[in-house]
Design a protein around this ligand. Sequence first.
Ligand SMILES: [Zn+2]
Length: 63
Amino acid sequence: MTKYLQICKDCGEYRLFNQESKCNLCGGTLINPFPPKYSPIDKYSKYRMMYFKEEFKKKFETN
Ligand SMILES: [Zn+2]
């Protein structure tokens, strides 16, 4: 759902993505709420992978 939401640069309201990228409240420009390189999914999967690696080590590389 998050990728269909954009935030209005002018009034700060979250609006549904539309082709004009225009806020239907104030006519301002809609922008992506997240910076292009930021991905919460990737961030969590990175930590999850670290966690699994540690668990793997504990199970298979004891001592
Ligand atoms: Zn607006």
